[in-house]
Ligand binder design. Structure first.
Ligand code: TYD
Length: 200
């Protein structure tokens, strides 16, 4: 079982990843958590480059390929072996992030990014992705601080939110839309309710 969380920066994904992992462990499942970009030695180095404000100007083409390189390594070295060992894998972001950030907001195109993604992942996609939807005006408190991605500001985060909303409409079978505006516990409740039947 492969699950992922998506959403604009600061939507509370990592807390929810942790809570879901604890819930599934209480059900007796072995759970592996990973985050993108990262999760391997190479992936963490690429993460450093991608988030470093000193990396300077980076076009969406170079950017998507760096994210995909990290993803390819994570898939082949970590996610696939864990799934084969019968674990539940929960990823904090996955391919849909590239589709939104580089494909829609960055302008590369949805199909183009999905197509590079098929090479990077060998066709592996989460069975379900929880999209935590939250108004960036609420989640994005400091616009001038933070890493290279977070410095892009509120308008960028709004485009990201709209991009994800469009994807959920077009690929509704792949997503569970979660209202991120409630308390941590309320959001977690929605996640549990949306779990594929065999897990809940
Ligand atoms: P991170 O600090 O992990 O952010 P968050 O806590 O919001 O997940 O930084 C990841 C940043 O990289 C985030 O701004 C989203 C962006 N990103 C992409 O642009 N494309 C991608 O494929 C991925 C995985 C992330």
């Amino acid at each position: 079982m492969f699950l992922a969380f998506e959403g604009a920066d600061g939507a509370g994904k990592s807390t929810q990843v942790q809570l879901l992992a604890e819930y599934l462990e209480r059900q007796g499942r072995e759970v592996l958590i990973c985050r993108e970009p990262g999760g391997t030695e190479l992936g963490e180095k690429l993460r450093g480059i991608l988030l470093d404000p000193d990396s300077g100007d980076m076009g969406p083409e170079a950017e998507v390929l760096l994210f995909m390189a990290a993803r390819a390594q994570l898939c082949s070295r970590v996610i696939r072996p864990a799934l084969e060992a019968g674990k539940v894998v929960i990823s904090d972001r996955f391919l849909w992030s590239s589709v939104v950030y580089q494909g829609i907001v960055g302008g590369l195109g949805i199909e183009e990014v999905l197509s590079i993604g098929r090479v990077a992942t060998g066709g592996l996609l989460p069975e379900l992705t929880f999209l935590i939807d939250l108004d960036p005006a609420v989640s994005h408190s400091s616009l001038d601080e933070g890493d290279r991605m977070e410095r892009r500001g509120l308008d960028f985060q709004r485009e990201v939110r709209e991009g994800f909303a469009g994807l959920v409409a077009d690929f509704s079978d792949s997503f569970a839309l979660i209202d991120g505006s409630g308390s941590v516990e309320q959001v977690h409740e929605q996640v549990i309710k949306a779990l594929p039947q065999k897990q809940s």
